[in-house]
Design a protein around this ligand. Structure first.
Ligand SMILES: C[S@@+](CC[C@H](N)C(=O)[O-])C[C@H]1O[C@@H](n2cnc3c(N)ncnc32)[C@H](O)[C@@H]1O
Length: 289
């Protein structure tokens, strides 16, 4: 194997590189198992639409993933689009972004956001206001180069904690919708996991063989118990007994070092300030017969 220094100095994109448009130095840098979240800052004009949504991700973080997992012109899907951060990241990087989002309200915010911030009028082929359970109706088999998303984390937005109180004080909503098809409104955790995994396993068909899906999730607390949501989801999606299953290729920690600390549990017991998310990196390795 050549020394890392020799590889890093190669200025050109390797001809064998079918995955992205990165040089060796850029590629190797992105293989670290963590990175620090790069928010926009509350005062940024681009934070206006993001702030309306209870759980957006920053398009700058998604841009990094899109640059690594696709080439220019690649087709990217977010099956839980929210306020359109993934499509915005695609516009910034010359990729073709598609999104599915259940709530008409968030679809409308996405339209306004992309028009105002990126001068892009999204059409109904790229923004589908629908239940993701039906996504196979809209896309052909082996269509996407990359799927990236952050789904609802069960019904944790139902929690009446100080974060929810702060949102209410600032005039923002605390949940996605009241719709019965909203995965964030499912009461039972196991049912939620089954329904969410079924959607991701449908994504398997519309992803090209060899390509990747990234899912951004956080663990959480339910009453006094810690729920390792990322681990539960991995076991569902990589279960070898299911014909169409993904292969887990890595887990990246997205460090949220700027988050406010709360004195949970003090001075009685250990209660974590959960200040990171996980990016589950899954690959559709091959069609299985
Ligand atoms: C964590 S948020 C995604 C936020 C997004 N990453 C952003 O930056 O705006 C999850 C989204 O999934 C949507 N959702 C919930 N159930 C859904 C379903 N069955 N089909 C499609 N979207 C759904 C919610 O309305 C919510 O906007």
């Amino acid at each position: 194997m050549p020394e890392i220094q020799e590889i890093i100095e190669e200025p050109k994109i390797d001809k064998r590189n079918q995955l992205n448009d990165l040089t060796a130095k850029e590629w190797i840098q992105e293989t670290k198992s963590f990175f620090f979240q790069k928010g926009l800052g509350a005062k940024s004009p681009e934070a206006k639409y993001e702030k309306m949504h209870p759980a957006p991700f920053s398009f700058t973080d998604i841009t990094k993933l899109i640059r690594f997992f696709t080439k220019e012109g690649g087709k990217v899907l977010d099956p839980f689009l929210g306020v359109g951060s993934t499509v915005k990241a695609c516009l910034e990087t010359n990729r073709e972004g598609f999104g599915v989002e259940l709530s008409p309200k968030w679809c409308e915010v996405t339209r306004q956001r992309l028009s105002e911030e990126s001068n892009y009028e999204i059409d109904d082929k790229h923004l589908i206001c629908e239940d993701s359970r039906n996504l196979k109706k809209y896309f052909n088999k082996d269509f996407f180069d990359f799927i990236v998303t952050s789904p609802p984390y069960w019904n944790i937005l139902e929690k009446k904690d100080h974060k929810a109180n702060e949102r209410v004080l600032n005039g923002h909503v605390t949940k996605y919708s009241e719709n019965d098809f909203d995965l964030g409104n499912i009461e039972d955790y196991n049912q939620f996991l089954d329904e969410l995994s079924a959607i991701f396993l449908n994504c398997y068909d519309i992803l090209k063989p060899g390509k990747y899906m990234n899912i951004i999730v956080s663990d959480f607390r339910h009453k006094s118990e810690f729920v390792a949501f990322h681990a539960d989801l991995i076991s569902k999606l990589t279960n070898k007994e299911v014909k169409k299953h993904f292969v887990l290729k890595g887990i990246k920690a997205l460090m949220q070092n700027a988050k406010k600390l709360y004195p949970y549990g003090y001075p009685f017991c250990y209660v974590e300030n959960i200040h990171h998310q996980y990016i589950l990196i899954l690959q559709k390795v091959n069609e299985r017969s």
